[in-house]
Ligand binder design. Structure first.
Ligand code: KIV
Length: 258
């Protein structure tokens, strides 16, 4: 997707639901592109789903740029959004420097978590499109549904409105009651992209690894719909290989050179 993509995403609000999925490498980027995904998020969920960390906090700019380059290398049609990792946007100057590095790595826009209004404004001033993220923000929140209490719900709604006014081209709304997801969606001009935020958001995002069942069986948040359960099939294939090698059944002549 060429420049102007953020405007294209904005214009989808109220007309067409937006589809976002995560990818962290070239092969998944190619799958998502062939599936016609609107936005590929190189999420800092990289930390827990591929790098073996317990959460997203240890993820660095170096990790993120390496994986953003891999995603962008396939030249996807989809908009590529680079997720700015923990402590990479503490102040406006640092945010601009790091966001530029994402754009140089092949991202078309960046995502930041929380009501960092000054940062969004500075990035916009420097020509960088920004996706906001409210509700459960994994870099700083506890892992539980956010906004169940009135006061907290109001704060999340206010954060989304402030990010919208600051110029975010879309806003991720994570793990909030569906009624709050709807309220935010109706209150902002930017399209909302929900993850555990109900059906009324303007789009939906899931972590691709969750959707195809790559994770351990005990990890399954309520909002994850598993369209495939690949983990047991992958393990079964590796076991069969092991058994055949141990038994001298692989390789047969079919898999050997004359
Ligand atoms: O890092 C990530 O994958 C995300 C999505 C869950 C929105 O931020």
């Amino acid at each position: 997707m060429v420049k102007g993509f953020a405007e294209k995403i904005r214009k989808m609000k109220g007309k067409e639901k937006i589809v976002m999925l995560t990818a962290y490498d070239a092969i998944f980027s190619s799958y998502l592109n062939e599936a016609g995904t609107d936005i590929i998020l190189v999420g800092d969920s990289l930390g827990n789903v591929w790098l073996g960390f317990k959460n997203t906090k240890p993820v660095t700019m170096e990790h993120m740029l390496h994986h953003t380059r891999a995603v962008a290398r396939t030249n996807p049609e989809a908009l590529v959004v680079g997720d700015m990792p923990f402590k990479s946007y503490e102040g406006p100057q640092q945010a601009v420097k790091n966001a530029r590095a994402f754009i140089e790595a092949g991202a078309n826009a960046v995502k930041i978590e929380g009501p960092k209004i000054e940062i969004v404004e500075e990035l916009k001033k420097n020509g960088i499109d920004v996706m906001g993220h409210v509700g459960l923000t994994p870099q700083t929140s506890d892992w539980k549904v956010q906004g169940r209490k009135d006061e907290e719900a109001k704060r999340i709604l206010d954060d989304a409105i402030a990010l919208d006014r600051a110029g975010c081209f879309s806003i991720v709304v994570e793990s909030v009651p569906a009624v709050l997801g709807k309220k935010i969606t109706n209150a902002v001009k930017a399209p909302t992209i929900g993850i555990g935020a109900g059906a009324d958001c303007d789009g939906q995002v899931l972590v691709s690894n969750d959707l195809i069942g790559l994770n351990a069986a005990d990890f399954k948040p309520k909002f994850v719909k598993q369209y495939l359960n690949l983990r047991p099939e992958i393990i079964a294939a590796f076991k069969r290989f092991k058994e055949e090698v141990k038994a001298g059944k692989f390789p047969t002549k079919e898999f050997s050179y004359e």
